[in-house]
Design a protein around this ligand. Structure first.
Ligand code: GLY
Length: 382
């Protein structure tokens, strides 16, 4: 995909129609699934990650986020009910140290913090601030990074940082805004600077995991993580980087983050196939056709965010590329049947997993967010 520029009137019409399709799809879906915490689906029916051994999963805030977006858009109370149920269930994770990894942003921005932003609810604010405090506590001052995961299966992860964390930083930016205490923002900014230095390669591709020496902070190695191989280019990681650096620019005004977002975006746009269907890894073998639709939706959201800080042909180029990705998903990868719970097909969690190309709740969330960005109806949650 090279040089995509768009016609704004026609795009506005398509986006408005797609928003209507989302309302027709998500109203019955919310009614059927109000009390669930969906992650994937089986035969078109959402699963439920509400159980104590599943509620810590990093994706559990996305359903709440979808419900807040839809309540903001339509005022239909079913969406608000579902969002509040999601918040209440996920709140339990706050007292579960092992599950409180760096994904506190994904877990709490989209439900508790969204609730606070909407209603100034005090309990929701406390939840968000406790989650932000835990996230800030994961900061390693020697290496100036936020530790990603806790140890598991005997693996020492004390020095692990991952590119996905760029999307968790807005929880820290929000905490500084709400408390007027700059510490949260300082930690987020330092982590983002470290990510720009160690994760983003000269050509704009990014690595998924960097392992630092947890005592000295020295770089040790980079790892493939959920991508094809060390040195490859996991498409969802690329998407987290585009959107995450653009958001760090929004919250800090530091031009280095805008430049980094642009560099990663240029690499993504040059790597996306002409079909508009995004592979799991931009450097996976040519004979492998595995896709990740969630990466396409997240990239689109990041490109729209980035375009918002630019002008003229450059802004048109990023926004036009985002529209191309979202239209491709609408036409080829969205299930618009209102009897089927999931929206986006062919999402993939990790290249080397045994299973690929299924529905994932964050794919649905970011497709919805991308369309609402285009229609100007987004409830901004980052
Ligand atoms: N850990 C976030 C992701 O799988 O993209």
């Amino acid at each position: 995909m090279k040089n995509f520029v768009s016609d704004n009137t026609e795009i506005g019409k398509w986006a408005a129609e797609t928003q209507q399709k989302l309302i027709r799809k998500l109203l019955p879906t919310a009614r059927r699934n109000r009390d669930k915490v969906p992650f994937r689906s089986c035969d078109g029916v959402f699963d439920d990650y509400s159980a104590p051994d599943k509620i810590g999963w990093w994706t559990n805030g996305f359903w709440g986020g979808m419900m807040w977006q839809m309540f903001h858009l339509t005022g239909e109370t079913i969406f608000r009910e579902a969002a509040l149920i999601n918040e209440e269930k996920v709140r339990a994770v706050l007292m579960d140290y092992e599950n409180m990894d760096h994904d506190s942003g994904f877990r709490f921005l989209l439900n508790a913090v969204a609730h606070y932003r909407h209603d100034h609810d005090d309990r929701a604010k406390d939840t968000g601030l406790l989650a932000a405090s835990n996230l800030a506590g994961r900061y390693n001052p020697a290496g100036r990074f936020i530790r990603a995961w806790n140890d598991s299966g005997g693996e020492d992860r004390r020095g692990y940082a991952i590119i996905d964390c760029m999307m968790n930083l807005p929880l820290l930016y929000w905490a500084s805004e709400v408390t007027s205490d700059p510490r949260f923002r300082m930690i987020a900014r330092e982590h983002a600077l470290t990510a720009a230095e160690y994760f983003v390669r000269e050509d704009g591709s990014v690595c998924h995991i960097v392992d630092f020496d947890c005592e000295t902070g020295a770089f040790r190695r980079s790892l493939a993580g959920q991508g094809y191989a060390a040195g490859s280019s996991w498409s969802r990681g690329q998407a987290w980087a585009v959107y995450g650096f653009a958001l760090s620019y929004r919250h800090t005004g530091d031009i280095r983050f805008l430049d980094t977002a642009r560099k990663v975006a240029d690499y993504c746009i040059a790597s996306i196939p002409d079909s508009g269907l995004v592979p799991v890894d931009y450097r996976q073998p040519e004979t492998v056709l595995l896709e990740d639709s969630s990466a396409a939706a997240i990239t689109a959201c990041g490109l729209i965010e980035l375009a918002g800080y630019l002008e003229g042909a450059e802004a048109d180029h990023y926004r036009g590329s985002a529209v191309f990705l979202l239209r491709t998903l609408d036409e080829k990868r969205c299930c618009w049947d209102p009897e089927t719970d999931f929206l986006l097909e062919k999402c993939t969690s990790a290249y080397h997993d045994g299973e690929h190309e299924f529905s994932l709740i964050y794919g649905d969330y970011y497709f919805l967010e991308g369309i609402l960005k285009l229609t100007g109806s987004e409830f901004f949650l980052w």
